[in-house]
Design a protein around this ligand. Sequence first.
Ligand code: OSB
Ligand code: MG
Length: 368
Amino acid sequence: MKIEKMTLRHIKMPMKAPFTTSFGTIDEKELLLIEAQDESGITGWGETVAFVAPWYTEETLKTTWHMLKDFLIPLLLHKEVGHPDEVTTLFAPIRRNCMAKASIEGTIWDIYSQQTKQSLARALGGQKQRIEVGVSVGIQASTAQLIEVIKSHMEKGYKRVKVKIKPGYDVEVVRTIRAELPDLPLMVDANSAYTLDDIAILQQLDDYNLLMIEQPLATDDIVDHATLQKNIKTPICLDESITSFEDARKAIELGSCGVINIKIGRVGGLTEAKRIHDLCKENQIPVWCGGMLEAGIGRAHNIALTSLSHFMLPGDTAGSSHYWYEDIINPEVIVKNGYIDVPQEIGIGYTINRAVIDKLTISKEVYQ
Ligand code: OSB
Ligand code: MG
């Protein structure tokens, strides 16, 4: 295929409920959509997951726009691409900027799956017909409110609950949840809010039968996490620290984690995500698909990726209605009894809702 035209749109979506982590609150989501068209008129879509501020990783909406416009789009436009894996080679001269790379690589996987007349899930090698999903709950105003929110998600059938923690909002919160909901499949995510000085607090979390503790220490660390893992029983799940296959290989070698959360944007695309999946499978490190409050296109890519066999734990891919009044795809993503059906249609398996996208668009640029 040859990409002959790319359209970049900046959209802003109101969220049904604000989402609070150890670093702040998001109450609306801004993102870039990339629409790529090949020489035969097939279009593929991608979505950026970087936030407006660099609290999760260093990328932001504006850095992804800059990388796409000034480097990545020029590298891809009018070039012959055989297989989506080749995009990694094409982008090799550009350091990091994983979220920008992933968003554009997604368009190529989408077009490739349409060209080869298969679902995106199948093009990636996915076999599951349906995937298990959980839900990530942000920091709430009170523990009573948190428990109410958790109960409402359990009623909807979600397979596990993740709660955000931060220093001062941790052991006591987990103790209260456990007292009320002893059998809940529960995990916590710190988004890097602790250091090794907090080891005594993190050790106390061992008493509450948590599935895992996600990213307790620094975003770029795998050394201190290895030390921590030797001192706690609960498996550590790395999120921010794993930005590539090489990071995953080293973390596994060092014993820095027992679980890895794979996010397409964080690792630079579906090809790298699949490589990390395969590595973890070989090394018996369970993986699950993380979430970045994606709109429908990113969500569809997450569902396709999660259909790979070693995504053996419920991910953070909740249903569209958990986040959005109106999603940018049709139908929206539906969760039933904690499962999402993996679309079997050609491509991502959802249609793009251009009317909603037009309504949400702040600006747009065309490259050809
Ligand atoms: O750390 O997994 C995270 C949301 C934004 C940024 C980082 C994270 C999250 C979530 C929510 O936990 C996942 C989701 O519902 O998409
Ligand atoms: Mg996380």
